[in-house]
Every structure is written in structure tokens, then in C-alpha cells.
Design a protein around this ligand. Structure first.
Ligand SMILES: NC(=O)c1ccc[n+]([C@@H]2O[C@H](COP(=O)([O-])OP(=O)(O)OC[C@H]3O[C@@H](n4cnc5c(N)ncnc54)[C@H](OP(=O)(O)O)[C@@H]3O)[C@@H](O)[C@H]2O)c1
Length: 263
């Protein structure tokens, strides 16, 4: 009934490159079948950080929960992804820039036929993202919105060079988002949240994998949880893939969707 799942201790290697490449092996996306049937849709991985008591923010941002190991995992997961999918307000709150090419992963990405850096996909119904938010006008950024988005905001963002794609009528439909990703060849999807976006993906049963960093801290208060959705999400069984710890007490867990026939 019980089994001992051993945690792997991440000890900083003499050179950071060794640590990063070791992590990249641990977090490699599952291989896609090379012959039909192909995966029906992209593989969606989420990466989130929370305190021991489940808080996703300290003083309104996730930065207070991070540490060097968490930053390394964050960097590695971007190094493996085709696209970073994030709620527009999270991108603004957390001060996102355009994901840049990481020299450490350049050769691996080229070998996998990936672009040098992941694209950025910002989700928004309201299109309230500021016009001067730097990633908006970048050619590798798309804003995934819906047909009911305010026309003035739509024109303003288009005017500064944003690429807007409608993915639904009144809300951004996760399945339509995955269709856009598939059309663009973004099969390795990484979402960095926030909680509302994860809630929408979980509600649509579109999450294949959840990487959770547990920061060794209790924060109390009323901060939200990783998956935020007004309605309860149908319980989705997941299985632990790996548990890694680091010298600072952070725990990095990787959970994968349980195949339907095992759920
Ligand atoms: N601990 C972590 O790992 C972590 C990660 C990310 C964020 N955070 C924190 O979480 C907080 C934000 O939480 P949140 O739940 O508001 O973030 P969120 O999931 O990013 O949701 C808000 C943003 O995403 C858009 N959005 C989300 N789901 C959507 C959907 N289905 N359709 C259309 N747009 C959608 C919203 O657009 P509109 O408002 O335009 O509709 C809004 O811009 C911040 O304090 C941030 O720092 C923590």
C-alpha cells in the first residue's frame, strides 16, 4: 500500500551548466509518437510555486516564494518549451519581458528543431494590458483573447503591433488556445499561471503536468491557491513523476495526468 518515493537531492554542481543540464534531463517533455496516431493536442505543463501552507503569493507577488533552485527550474522549463502561456495581468504584475534565447540550451533546442527562445502567449478577456508593455509588440508574442473584448483596446493594441487571436466569444476557451498552439507548432506548452488561468485549464481538463515548487515557508494570510476557479474542478487524479529537493529546503515535485484507463 505504501511505497517510499525517494527524493533526489539537488546539490549545486561545480558549474551551473551541469546542474541545468541535469535538470533538463529530469524535466524532459515526454516523447511524442513518431508514427500515427499523433498526440491529439499539445502537451501542457504548468509550473507554479507555493508556500508549505499553499499560498501562491507573498505581498501580491510570487517572487517572495522563490529561491535559486526555483529560478533554475524556471529557467530549465523555459529552455524546454515552445511557448510560455500566461495570464496577461500576471505577466504585467510579475514584470515579464520577452522570453530570450538561453545560450545554455541553444544546441539542445536546435537539435529538437525548436526556435531559439519560446514564444509568449498572453491571455486576456479585457485586453487591459498596457500598450507600452514591452512583450506586446514583439513578433513572437500573441495575445489570445475573445470576440467580446473591448474594441477600443483591440484597436489600441493592434496599433502598437500586437498580434491578437480570438479564442472564443465571451471567454478564452482553453481548447481554442490549444488549437492555436497546435497550428503554430507549439507542442511543448509551458504555462506559468497564474491561478485563474490554471483554473480554466484544469476546468477544461487540459493540464497534462503540474510542476510545483514548495517553498520552505509558512505565510498564512489569504493568498490564493495554485488552481483558482470559482467552480469546483472535477477531481483529476495525477501521479508523482519525480521529487527533487535542494540545499535550501525547497521541494520540486512533478505530477503527471493519470491515463484515463487508470483514473
Ligand atoms: N505562485 C505562482 O507560481 C504564481 C504564478 C503566476 C502568478 N502568480 C500570482 O497570482 C496573482 C494573479 O492571479 P490571477 O489568478 O489573477 O492570475 P491569472 O491566472 O494570470 O489570471 C488573470 C489574468 O489572466 C487572464 N485570464 C486568465 N484566465 C483567462 C481565461 N480563461 N480567459 C481569458 N483571460 C484569462 C485575465 O485576463 P482579463 O483580466 O483580461 O480577463 C488576467 O489578465 C498575481 O499576484 C501573481 O503574482 C503566482
Amino acid at each position: 500500500m505504501f511505497g517510499l518515493q525517494k527524493a533526489t537531492q539537488l546539490t549545486p554542481a561545480d558549474d551551473q551548466a551541469t546542474t541545468l543540464h541535469w535538470l533538463a534531463e529530469q524535466y524532459a517533455y515526454p516523447p511524442r509518437p513518431s508514427s500515427p496516431p499523433c498526440l491529439p493536442r499539445p502537451y501542457v505543463r504548468a509550473n507554479m510555486v507555493a508556500s508549505i501552507d499553499g499560498a501562491v503569493t507573498v505581498d501580491g507577488r510570487s517572487g517572495g516564494l522563490g529561491g535559486p533552485g526555483d529560478k533554475a527550474v524556471f529557467r530549465v522549463l523555459r529552455g524546454l518549451a515552445d511557448v510560455v502561456l500566461v495570464g496577461a495581468s500576471t505577466a504585467v504584475t510579475e514584470g515579464y519581458g520577452q522570453p530570450s534565447a538561453d545560450d545554455e540550451f541553444a544546441a539542445d533546442r536546435a537539435a529538437r528543431d525548436q526556435m531559439p527562445a519560446p514564444a509568449l502567449a498572453l491571455l486576456s478577456r479585457s485586453l487591459s494590458v498596457p500598450d507600452d508593455f514591452a512583450p506586446v509588440a514583439h513578433p513572437d508574442t500573441v495575445i489570445l483573447t475573445c470576440r467580446s473584448a473591448p474594441t477600443d483596446r483591440r484597436s489600441a493594441l493592434a496599433g502598437v503591433g500586437a498580434t491578437l487571436i480570438d479564442c472564443g466569444d465571451d471567454t478564452v476557451d482553453p481548447q481554442a488556445v490549444l488549437d492555436v498552439c497546435a497550428e503554430r507548432g507549439w507542442v511543448h506548452v509551458l504555462t506559468e499561471g497564474g491561478p485563474s488561468l490554471l483554473g480554466a485549464l484544469a476546468q477544461a481538463d487540459a493540464l497534462d503536468e503540474l510542476c510545483v515548487t514548495t517553498a520552505p515557508v509558512l505565510v498564512g494570510g489569504d493568498a490564493g491557491r495554485i488552481v483558482g476557479h470559482a467552480d469546483p474542478v472535477a477531481a483529476r487524479q495525477m501521479r508523482p513523476v519525480s521529487i527533487i529537493t535542494d540545499d535550501d529546503g525547497f521541494v520540486f515535485t512533478r505530477w503527471a495526468r493519470t491515463p484515463a484507463d487508470e483514473a
